[in-house]
Design a protein around this ligand. Structure first.
Ligand code: PMP
Ligand code: GLU
Length: 384
C-alpha cells in the first residue's frame, strides 16, 4: 500500500471542481443536466486574445522563461493596475502564476509558519481553508452580517498573537457581496494595529452591478496588501491558467523562489495572450457584463415572484447564494436531490461554510437559467 503523507491525506478535494466534473460527465453521457455549479463564464475570450495566442505559437514559445513571468506580461499587469485603479507597481512587484488559485497557494506558503492563524470570513470560497492548512496554518473562520457584509467586530475578536493575515474576497464567491470603502478602511486599521497582511482576492473585481463600487485593497493599505487577481473570470479564460500576485518587492522575490521550484514559468503562449487580455479588459467586460446583468435581473425576479426562496441580490461576481432553510438545513441533500431527480447541478452552501444555502452560478445562458429555475421550482415543490 502506498504511504500518503498526513498532510495530503487530510485534504478534501475541491468540492466545486468535483461537482463540475460530475456534471460535465453526466452531460457527456447524454443526461439532461444543466450545470450551474462552476464559476466560469460561458463566453469565449475576445478574438484578439485568441489571435495573440496563435501569433505566440510562431514566436518561439518553446523554451523556459523567467519563473516570475515574462517581462512583457508583468509590464501589462502594471499598466492594467495603473490605468484601472491608479496603483503604481513595478515589474519586480508582480509574479505571474498558474491561475489565481496558485497565486493564493503561494501566498499562504510564503506567509504562514506552523500554527499561524489566518482569518477567513465565511461564507467563503472552498480553497482558502485547505490551502492555509497545506501551509501548516490554521484557518480561523469569522461570521459575516445577515447581508453577508464584513463583521469587523467579529474579525477584531478573532485576532490573537498567532494571527498573521486576513483573507478578503470581494466581489465575494459565493455571496456576491462587495464591501464598501468604509468597511475596508476599518480592516486596514485592524491590519495596521495588529501588524497583519491582507490577502485580497480580487478575481471578480470587474464583475460588479453598480451598488457598491469596487475599491482595490491596495488603495487603502498599499504596504500591507497582497493582491491576487488574473484573467480567468472577467476574461472568460478559466482554462488558460493565468493569475498574478502584486505586492512588495521583497515578498514577490520570495514567491518567485517558490515558483522556481513549484511550477517554473506559466505557459509562454498564455502569457503573451494575457498581455492582450489585460489591455482589452474594458472591451470584454462591457460585452459580458451586459449579459450577466440580464441574467441577474431574471434570477432576482424569479426569486421574488416564483421560487418560494430568498436571496440577497448579488452586488458582483456571477453567483446567487440562495436561502433554502424554509425547506431544509441540509444543503448537500437539497443539491443531491436537485441533481439526481431534476437535473440541475449547483453547489451546497455547506462547502462555503454556510449550510442551509445553495450557490447557483449564473455564468450560463439565459435559456439554461430559465429551464434550471423551472426545475428548481419542481424540486422545491417536492418538499411539500
Ligand atoms: N478565488 C476565487 C474566489 C475563485 O472563485 C476562484 C475560482 N476558481 C479563484 C480564486 C481561482 O481562479 P483561477 O481560475 O484564476 O485559478
Ligand atoms: N472558483 C470557481 C468556483 O468556485 C471554480 C472552481 C474552483 O476552482 O473552485 O466555482
Amino acid at each position: 500500500m502506498i504511504k500518503i503523507s498526513d498532510r495530503v491525506a487530510g485534504i478534501e478535494p475541491s468540492q466545486t471542481v468535483r461537482l463540475d466534473t460530475q456534471a460535465k460527465r453526466l452531460i457527456a453521457e447524454g443526461k439532461s443536466v444543466i450545470n450551474l455549479s462552476v464559476g466560469e463564464l460561458d463566453f469565449d475570450p475576445v478574438t484578439e486574445v485568441v489571435a495573440a495566442a496563435h501569433a505566440a505559437l510562431d514566436n518561439d514559445p518553446n523554451h523556459y522563461t523567467n519563473p516570475q513571468g515574462m517581462e512583457e506580461t508583468r509590464k501589462a499587469v502594471c499598466e492594467y493596475l495603473q490605468s484601472t485603479h491608479d496603483l503604481t507597481y513595478t515589474v519586480n512587484q508582480i509574479l505571474i502564476t498558474n491561475g489565481a488559485k496558485q497565486a493564493l497557494y503561494s501566498c499562504f506558503q510564503a506567509l504562514v509558519n506552523p500554527g499561524d492563524e489566518v482569518i477567513v470570513p465565511v461564507p467563503g470560497w472552498v480553497s482558502y481553508a485547505e490551502q492555509i492548512t497545506l501551509a501548516s496554518g490554521v484557518p480561523v473562520f469569522t461570521s459575516t452580517t445577515d447581508q453577508f457584509q464584513l463583521d469587523i467586530d467579529a474579525m477584531a475578536e478573532a485576532i490573537t498573537d498567532n494571527t498573521v493575515g486576513i483573507v478578503l474576497n470581494y466581489p465575494n464567491n459565493p455571496t456576491g457581496a462587495v464591501y464598501p470603502q468604509e468597511d475596508l478602511e476599518k480592516v486596514a486599521q485592524l491590519a495596521e494595529r495588529h501588524d497583519l497582511w491582507i490577502i485580497s482576492d480580487e478575481i471578480y473585481e470587474r464583475l460588479v452591478y453598480g451598488e457598491n463600487t469596487f475599491v482595490s485593497f491596495a488603495k487603502l493599505a498599499y504596504e500591507r496588501a497582497i493582491i491576487v487577481n488574473g484573467v480567468s473570470k472577467a476574461g472568460a479564460m478559466t482554462g488558460w491558467r493565468m493569475g498574478y500576485i502584486a505586492g512588495s518587492e521583497q515578498f514577490i522575490e520570495r514567491c518567485k523562489s517558490l515558483q522556481s521550484h513549484l511550477a517554473g514559468n506559466v505557459a509562454n503562449v498564455v502569457q503573451e495572450a494575457s498581455v492582450v487580455a489585460l489591455r482589452l479588459a474594458d472591451k470584454s467586460t462591457a460585452e459580458y457584463l451586459q449579459k450577466l446583468k440580464e441574467r441577474r435581473v431574471y434570477l432576482m425576479d424569479w426569486i421574488k415572484t416564483e421560487s418560494h426562496l430568498e436571496a440577497i441580490p448579488p452586488q458582483g461576481a456571477f453567483y446567487i447564494f440562495i436561502d433554502v432553510t424554509s425547506l431544509t438545513h441540509d444543503s448537500e441533500e437539497f443539491c443531491e436531490r436537485l441533481l439526481n431527480d431534476f437535473g440541475v447541478a449547483i453547489v451546497p452552501g455547506k462547502y462555503f461554510g454556510k449550510d442551509g444555502y445553495i450557490r447557483m452560478s449564473f455564468a450560463n445562458s439565459l435559456a439554461n437559467i430559465e429551464e434550471a429555475c423551472k426545475r428548481i421550482s419542481n424540486c422545491v415543490a417536492s418538499y411539500t
